[in-house]
Design a protein around this ligand. Structure first.
Ligand code: NAD
Length: 336
C-alpha cells in the first residue's frame, strides 16, 4: 500500500522530507504546510502542485493522509504532534522529540489514546558504521562496555542563529544538546543505558545567543559505563569531527568522520570488520553548513515498511524519550 504523508514545516530539513518521500515509490506527499506562504507555494510548484497550506489546523482537517511529518522548530513538536494524533494520523516527528520528558510523555499518551504510531527521526541509526557497531554491541561481542567517549566538534556561523527566529533561544530551541547532540546522545543511551549520573559545564564562547555553544559532560550510565560528551558549534571555519569511541572488555570501536560516517578504528575479538563495505553516508548540506547524515530516505522507507506490516524498525516515542531524559539530566546539572 502506498503511504500518504503530509508535512508541517518546510524549512531546511522539511524540504529533504519532501524530496525523499517524493523519491520513494511506495510513498506520496499529499500536502505541505508552512507559515511562510512563498515557501510552500514554490515547493508546490516544484512538486507537481501538491496541495499547500499556511494553517496547520486547516491542513489537518482537509487532508486524507496516513502520516504527518512534524518538521517545525522544537517548541512546536509536542503541540503539532498531539494535534495530528488527535485527528487520527500517525506522526513522524523530527528530533528532538520534544523539549522535556513531560512533553514526551504527553505525546506518547496522545498516541496511545488515538491508537496511532508516534515515531521520532533518528536517521543516524542507519549509518553503516553505526549499524556495524550496533550489531557487535547487541551480540555482546564487546563484553562489558567500560567507557564511551563522544565528541561533537562542529562549526555553526553566527548567521545560522541570526537568520532563525528559534535557534539559539532557550525557550524555542533548548540548546545545542537538543539540536546538534541529540542524535549522538540517542546512540549513547541505546548502547550504554540511561544516564544515572552527570557532571557538566557549559559556556557560550563565540556566538551571540541565549543558549550554550560549548559544553563538557561526564556521564554515568545504567549499565555501569562511564563516559564523556564534548560538544561545541565553535570550531573554526567548518565541522571538524562527530565521533563516538567505545571501549569494551573485548573490543574497541571508533566511529568518526564529521558526522559518524566513517569507521575509524575497529578491533573486536572474533569479529573482523567485513571487507568491501561502502561507508558512503552523505551529510545533509544546507549551503553554508553541513549537518548530520542524510539517511532520511531509510527512515521513510522504514515507516512505509511498518505500515505495510513488513519487518522494519522506526524509533518509537518511548525510545525517543530516552535521549530527552538524558539531555534534561545534563542541563539540569547546569541550569539549577
Ligand atoms: N534529523 C536531522 O538530521 C535534522 C536536521 C536538521 C533539522 N532537524 C530538525 O528539524 C526541525 C526543523 O529544523 P529546520 O532546520 O528545518 O528549521 P527551519 O527553521 O529551517 O524550518 C522550520 C520551518 O517551520 C516553519 N514553521 C514554523 N512555525 C510553523 C507553524 N506554526 N506551522 C507551520 N510551519 C511552521 C518555518 O516557517 C520553517 O519553514 C527541528 O526539529 C530540527 O532540529 C533535524
Amino acid at each position: 500500500m502506498k503511504i500518504r504523508f503530509a508535512i508541517v514545516g518546510c524549512g531546511s530539513i522539511g524540504k529533504r522530507h519532501l524530496a525523499v518521500i517524493d523519491a520513494e515509490s511506495m510513498a506520496e506527499v499529499v500536502a505541505i504546510c508552512d507559515i511562510e506562504e512563498n515557501r510552500v507555494r514554490e515547493l508546490s510548484e516544484l512538486y507537481n502542485g501538491v496541495p499547500w497550506f499556511t494553517d496547520y489546523n486547516t491542513m489537518l482537517s482537509e487532508i486524507n493522509a496516513d502520516v504527518v511529518n512534524v518538521v517545525t522548530p522544537h517548541f512546536f513538536h509536542k503541540q503539532h504532534s498531539i494535534q495530528a494524533l488527535h485527528k487520527g494520523f500517525h506522526v513522524l516527528v523530527e528530533k528532538p522529540m520534544a523539549l522535556s520528558v513531560k512533553d514526551c510523555r504527553e505525546m506518547i499518551a496522545a498516541a496511545a489514546t488515538a491508537k496511532k504510531k508516534l515515531w521520532v527521526v533518528k536517521q543516524n541509526r542507519h549509518n553503516v558504521p553505526v549499524r556495524l557497531a550496533q550489531e557487535a554491541i547487541r551480540e555482546g561481542r564487546l563484553g562489558k562496555i567500560f567507557m564511551i567517549k563522544c565528541d561533537i566538534l562542529w562549526n555553526r556561523y553566527q548567521g545560522y542563529y541570526d537568520e532563525s527566529d528559534w535557534r539559539g533561544k532557550i525557550e524555542k530551541e533548548g540548546g545545542a544538546l537538543f539540536t546538534q547532540a541529540s542524535h549522538f546522545i540517542d546512540l549513547l543511551v541505546w548502547w550504554c543505558g540511561d544516564i544515572t549520573g552527570v557532571k557538566a559545564i557549559t559556556e557560550t564562547q563565540n556566538h551571540n545567543i541565549e543558549t550554550e555553544d560549548s559544553g563538557v559532560a561526564i556521564l554515568h550510565f545504567s549499565s555501569g559505563t562511564i563516559g564523556s560528551l564534548v560538544w561545541t558549534t565553535c570550531v573554526y571555519h567548518k565541522n571538524f569531527e562527530g565521533s563516538i569511541t567505545v571501549i569494551g572488555e573485548r573490543g574497541t570501536i571508533k566511529i568518526g568522520g564529521q558526522y559518524l560516517n566513517k569507521m575509524e578504528f575497529w578491533d573486536v575479538e572474533g569479529f573482523e570488520l567485513p571487507q568491501g563495505i561502502d561507508f558512503n553516508d552523505k551529510p545533509n548540506s544546507y549551503g553554508k553548513y553541513q549537518g548530520t547524515s542524510s539517511n532520511h530516505d531509510k527512515v521513510i522507507k522504514a515507516v512505509v515498511g511498518v505500515l505495510n506490516d513488513q519487518s522494519a524498525e522506526v524509533v518509537e516515542g518511548l525510545e525517543g524519550l530516552r535521549s530527552i531524559d538524558a539531555i534534561e539530566k545534563i542541563y539540569s546539572n547546569i541550569r539549577q
